[in-house]
Design a protein around this ligand. Structure first.
Ligand SMILES: *Cc1c(COP(=O)(O)O)cnc(C)c1O
Length: 373
């Protein structure tokens, strides 16, 4: 070995440091995507980090929380809220529907002490989407703090925290934004900051802390970062927002809406007992479509057969007990295309036929193409 041994540079590893100015500029771009004037805090982890951090920062023993459950995430939020000492009122609706603003209003009437509402906008795991604009009006009238998980909706349908009165709006880039899973963001209203400041149990000097970012980053004019940023993820987030800006957010959302419509129409035309899991089109999430397997056929088995033809298809069985009956078509991000929808329907049709069930693949593909337009 010579004295001057060299290091071979690597495109992912040998990056120039990511400074505060670039970090702040990425936050500003995310804020523009959400059309929000609120503070946007980017957090250095998957979306569960701000989801948990926002609850632990704002909820405590004095909180009465209405926790809306339209899928597995609502369940998790209820567990965190109870762990914080909040009184939790669970409002669970069947996974094949959405919650209505009238149901929220009825819950307020029955429990006037509610001062916190947690809601998942769209659930990739169950395929439904909730009418946040209408719900936001009801929540505002009650004066409750409004916490929203928009991880599976951002990029697929409008997410407008300011217009809807959302106080804590959490997003992740890994679904319809087509970006990285390792960073996430939350927009925080003045009311939410005040609630945190008044909460003695809000995480401080902690990775879960939002207040640390307020006090040491935002209030200081975003000049110095709290710790070394997750540089690869930040660059990936910047690239993914840049790509959405270049394509146009409306076009990106339009592709997701078309993919959902095409998948639902295609599944109905395929026959064989396969049908959209969420009954009403307007309650179906644009990011991902769930289908009900024919009775007597395990959804997980159909998915395994379909994936054996092409493992790259965006298909999965439902989680936990839903694996028996639910097929997920995850047509988000790069898979929000007619090609991915067509290939998924064809593979599901072939899997049904292997089980001896008649499936009309040609009609399904035609119906999908018509609905895409
Ligand atoms: C996908 C998703 C998340 C993030 O969870 P991952 O399983 O890590 O992708 C959070 N909330 C909702 C509603 C989601 O759909």
């Amino acid at each position: 070995m010579s004295e001057e041994s060299t290091v071979v540079t690597h495109p992912f590893l040998d990056l120039a440091p990511l400074g505060a100015a670039q970090f702040a500029s990425i936050e500003d771009r995310v804020a523009r995507l959400l059309r929000t004037e609120q503070d946007v805090v980017i957090m250095q982890g998957e979306a569960l980090l701000p989801l948990e951090g926002a609850i632990r920062s704002t909820a405590g023993p004095g909180t009465t929380a209405l926790n809306v459950i339209t899928g597995p995430y609502g369940q998790t939020f209820g567990d965190w809220l109870r762990d914080c000492g909040a009184t939790v009122i669970d409002l669970a609706v069947p996974f094949h529907t959405a919650v209505t603003a009238a149901q929220i209003a009825a819950a307020f009437e029955e429990h006037p002490a509610i001062d916190f509402v947690s809601l998942v906008h769209a659930e990739a795991a169950t395929g439904n989407t909730n009418p946040v604009a209408e719900i936001g009006e009801v929540v505002r009238r009650q004066g409750a703090l409004f916490y929203l998980d928009a991880v599976a909706s951002v990029g697929a349908e409008p997410v407008l925290p300011d217009a809807w009165g959302v106080d804590l709006c959490v997003i992740g880039a890994q679904k319809a934004m087509g970006g990285p899973a390792g960073v996430s963001a939350v927009s925080v209203s003045e009311r939410a900051w005040a609630r945190m400041a008044a909460n003695p149990k809000a995480p401080r000097r902690s990775y879960l802390s939002l207040l640390d970012w307020k006090e040491r980053w935002i209030d200081g004019g975003r000049k110095a970062l709290l710790h070394a940023p997750a540089q690869l993820e930040m660059l990936a987030l910047e690239a993914c927002v840049e790509r959405i800006e270049a394509d146009g957010l409306d076009a990106v959302m339009g592709r997701h809406r078309a993919a959902a419509a095409a998948t639902r129409a295609g599944a109905r035309a395929l026959g064989g007992g396969l049908e959209p899991y969420v009954h009403e089109d307007r309650e179906a999430a644009p990011a991902a479509t769930t289908l009900r397997a024919p009775s007597g056929v395990a959804a997980s088995e159909l998915v395994t057969r379909a994936l054996s033809c092409d493992p790259a298809l965006p298909l999965a069985a439902g989680g936990g007990a839903l694996a028996k009956e639910m097929i997920r078509v995850n047509h988000y991000g790069v898979d929000a295309t007619l090609g991915a929808v067509r290939a998924s329907l064809a593979a599901l049709g072939a899997a049904l036929r292997e089980k001896g069930i008649a499936a009309d693949v040609e009609s399904a593909l035609r119906a999908a193409e018509d609905a895409w337009r």
